[in-house]
Design a protein around this ligand. Structure first.
Ligand SMILES: Nc1ncnc2c1ncn2[C@@H]1O[C@H](COP(=O)(O)OP(=O)(O)OP(=O)(O)O)[C@@H](O)[C@H]1O
Length: 334
């Protein structure tokens, strides 16, 4: 049987659909008590990965486990993991409560659980309305209620904020956090960092089916370096002075600015003054998580067809420093 840990482990997971490498050697873990974001642009392989985790797609290589077991070895999986995937279908003429009663019977939980989960997702007032009349946001809540029927230890949600209004998103955020605070596990996919940034503790970022970053969101924030952009009378002279002062991460921008990473405007201004170059303009580019996410996932479509052209290539390579190798010690491929 499974180990009851609430841990999700994805190890060297790959999936090919003919010539398309949808997922390539992906590895990450999701621990209980946390909300983990699973981020990547459209077509990055998120849904395919989640479907492999949930036993709906067979991996070409590698293994995805929940509680130490692949999905098909979980016994009564609805008691362990609840999931909401894209395009969940509901019988349009069935009421929300009836829909839940059918599922409750299928997984062997008492009927009263249907009303409990309707309450949990804020759908009690709509219990007797037909699902066909529901808005997209209400359907998302009903799908979540269905996932919660078995009182699972683990929740896996694919783009759950789709169709939710700002109030719905705020509600979902609070719900997922309190679910995780009970020592449960939440893995939530999105293609928008901003949508999940305030909800998640951990993040797995993928692009073109490969892991680009795996770690805490705080660590990701810390890795960002603000840059100072300066336009001067003699950029080469200032660059030499900056390097001598230990500020070596420099880049000449196409618009003539010199970008200096890890420096303050005061440092750059003072150095320009002592070096004797005139400053025509200067601004600081504050650390921006969204920009960094974009940098990590940029090139998804160019990477497979040769290197992207400069200056993007330069930027892309810079971002590689943020790439964090998955933890060592994974088992081999299955
Ligand atoms: N059943 C399938 N047959 C063929 N190709 C597939 C199949 N499912 C997914 N793919 C391809 O695998 C790649 C990854 O798709 P996937 O749906 O996993 O990405 P995603 O990150 O979930 O994207 P989105 O955010 O748009 O939902 C895409 O190129 C997609 O076209």
């Amino acid at each position: 049987m499974h180990d009851g840990s609430g841990r999700i482990a994805v190890q060297n997971l790959s999936k090919r659909f003919g010539s398309i490498a949808a997922v390539q050697n992906l590895s990450f873990t999701v621990e209980p008590g946390s909300v983990t974001g699973f981020l990547g642009p459209n077509g990055a392989g998120k849904t395919t990965t989640l479907r492999m985790l949930l036993g709906l797609v067979t991996p070409s290589a590698g293994i995805a486990t929940i509680n130490g077991r692949p999905h098909d070895q979980l016994g009564n999986p609805a008691r362990v993991v609840g999931s909401v995937l894209e395009n969940e279908g509901f019988h349009p003429r069935r009421t929300a409560r009836n829909h839940l009663l059918v599922y409750a019977a299928a997984i062997g939980v008492p009927d009263r659980r249907a009303d409990e989960v309707l309450g949990l997702v804020g759908l009690s007032p709509a219990a007797d309305r037909r699902a066909g009349e529901f808005s997209l946001g209400m359907r998302q809540r009903l799908a979540l209620a269905t996932a919660l029927l078995g009182d699972p230890q683990v929740l896996v949600l694919d783009e759950p904020a789709n169709g939710l209004d700002p109030e719905g998103i705020a509600w979902l955020r609070k719900f997922l956090r309190s679910f995780a605070q009970q020592g449960r596990t939440v893995l939530v996919s999105s293609h928008l960092l901003a949508e999940v940034e305030q909800t998640i503790d951990q993040v797995v970022i993928i692009s073109a089916g490969m892991t680009r970053y795996f770690g805490t969101i705080d660590e990701l924030r810390k890795r960002q370096q603000p840059r100072v952009f300066v336009r001067v009378s003699d950029a080469a002279k200032l660059a030499t002075a900056l390097q001598e002062a230990g500020l070596t991460q420099l880049e000449s921008m196409p618009d003539g600015h010199l970008a200096v990473a890890g420096a303050t405007v005061e440092q750059v201004g003072d150095l320009a003054l002592t070096t004797g170059v005139a400053v025509y303009g200067m601004h600081e580019d504050k650390a921006d998580l969204e920009k960094m996410y974009f940098g990590l996932t940029a090139g998804q479509f160019t990477a497979q067809h040769g290197p992207p052209p400069p200056p993007r290539q330069q930027y892309y390579q810079q971002q590689q420093q943020y790439y964090q190798q998955p933890p060592q010690g994974w088992g081999g491929q299955r």
